[in-house]
Design a protein around this ligand. Structure first.
Ligand code: BJW
Length: 234
């Protein structure tokens, strides 16, 4: 059998790389109002504040390294006789830095800039400014290429198709508070996938998973990958 595995990741997988989560006790949403920095309305009100927020996070992400959980998922993609798709809500590039190739950034990426006028994308500078002109249309309408509340996440067609085909769906380090990602477990379960949650604490949707393992990602993810590779070889 060549299993198809869809893996949803959230901020928890990058926590031990030194990148903050959103909703934990010391998370980003305890320091910033998400309405100010993670909505189109907040950006329209105060674009400089939002640019500062993302410039700081881009610098932090650039200084971070993948941890043992990212490395284990890269090993899974190489060693599994099957298909692995990582759907990440994270805007850092740590899955790619670890070696994963099949990664879909459903909430965008810090290393990409987007023109609000013509939707052109280009590599983000280390420090992005609202006055940066779009390289294509030349308008000063630059924004971070990330998905804010009220916007449609990227790659939803690809994700829906993958969930409908998945043998295994794994959710790692996400609180299950944000839709549509919070609903992927129900979608995968509906189509017959075995569903697994790997998390520090139970997510909001924990009861929907067939299997759960709790602990730091750097411990539970390598263990789950080892078990999955052993199972696939039987
Ligand atoms: C560890 C660990 C360790 C810690 N090891 N684990 C009412 C009902 C239902 C839905 C809605 C509603 N009202 C509005 C909505 C929709 C809205 C929504 O979900 N709102 C909720 C707040 C209710 N969603 C949207 O607007 C989305 N768009 C949408 O729905 O469009 C409609 C549509 C969809 C589909 C098709 C067609 C149309 C867009 C959501 C965009 C979210 N954007 C952000 C910012 C992205 C850019 C950035 O990074 O700044 O995405 S918000 C933020 O939350 C970010 C994250 O990706 C996302 C999820 O957070 P995550 O990753 O789960 O982090 P935390 O902090 O919440 O959890 C961390 C977890 O890690 C915890 O479980 C810890 O225990 C764990 N952990 N350390 C392992 N060491």
């Amino acid at each position: 059998m060549t299993p198809k595995i869809v893996i949803l990741t959230g901020a928890g997988i990058s926590a031990e790389s030194g990148l903050g989560t959103f909703r934990d006790v010391d998370g980003l949403w305890t320091k910033y109002d998400l309405n100010d920095v993670a909505t189109p309305e907040g950006f329209a009100r105060n674009p400089e504040l939002v640019m500062d927020f993302y410039n700081a996070r881009r610098a932090n992400a650039a200084a971070a390294s993948p941890n043992a959980a990212h490395a284990a998922l890269a090993r899974l993609e190489v060693d599994l006789q099957g298909e692995v798709l990582i759907v990440t809500q994270n805007v850092d590039g740590l899955h790619e830095a670890a070696g994963n190739r099949n990664v879909l950034h459903m909430h965008g990426a810090l290393d990409s800039a987007l023109c609000n006028a013509c939707e052109h994308r280009w590599p983000a500078p280390a420090v992005m400014s609202v006055t940066d002109p779009c390289p294509r249309c030349k308008q000063q309408a630059t924004r971070p290429d990330v998905v804010w509340f009220g916007e449609i996440p990227y790659g939803m067609d690809v994700i829906s198709e993958a969930l409908s085909q998945a043998d295994v769906f794994v959710s790692i380090g996400t609180s299950g508070e944000v839709y549509p990602a919070a609903n992927f477990v129900a979608e995968a379960d509906h189509f017959g996938a075995h569903t697994v949650e790997l998390n520090l604490d139970p997510s909001a949707g924990v009861s929907r998973f067939a299997e759960t393992r709790f602990g730091p990602a750097t411990e539970v993810v390598p263990q789950w990958v080892a078990d999955e590779l052993a199972r696939a070889q039987k």
